[in-house]
Write a protein that binds this ligand. Sequence first.
Ligand code: 0O2
Length: 224
Amino acid sequence: MNNKEFNWSHFLQPYELAVEGFILKIEGIKKQYQLRGAYCPIEIVTGRVKTPDSILDKAKRINVKFENIAREVYDIGGVRITCKYIEDVYKVAELLKSRKDVKLLEERDYIKNRKESGYRSLHLIMKYNVETIDGQVPLILEFQIRTHAMHFWASIEHSLKYKYRKNIPETLKERLKSASVAAAKLDEEMSSIHQVIKELEGDEKIIDQDPLENELSMFDIKKW
Ligand code: 0O2
């Protein structure tokens, strides 16, 4: 089998289903926190499935044979969760790791060990069986969990990489690295402020509305 004969649309459909499904599942977790009037560690959830060109580029770069792509390229399907604070990033990671529908294959902590570029995020590589019209399909998903500051940095660096076709000028690279250090300082300071707020206010109950008011419309169920 080679790239030209390969049915990419068929191959990528289970990833689309899995990513869309996980966005819904994580939105569901957010709603549950809201209904309980509890502090929610999740702010924003998004996802994407890589394009065939991007998959082939990556496979080439990391030296993966075409037939091993599904097993060895981990980020074909990606779910990204953005949080306010670093401690929330790890809370969300624990939530995901404790789920029975996924199995952790690998954890890449680019927060404790930031990448050479300055990139920071926590990546969980998870195995997941997605239900399709052809039955269960096992696949690998990458969950990227990060703070707003990490996301701000990563999205700008990502667009610069695209603009300069991956060859960002050295001076800009150095400035990006310093910006990453500054973003890490900001994360630390916001975390410390968060601790003080928690000590002042006690339990992280944040919503004073009556949760019952929302209960019936919790998941926007289409009623019969
Ligand atoms: P897109 O647009 O999200 O598809 P590598 O891909 O080899 O650099 P590695 O170690 O294989 O990195 O990382 P991993 O854990 O597979 O993560 C790959 C994805 O993480 C990337 O996908 C990015 O989304 C993000 N990422 C990793 N490193 C960086 C970085 O230095 N800068 C930014 N901005 N994002 C990074 P894609 O395919 O690059 O992008």
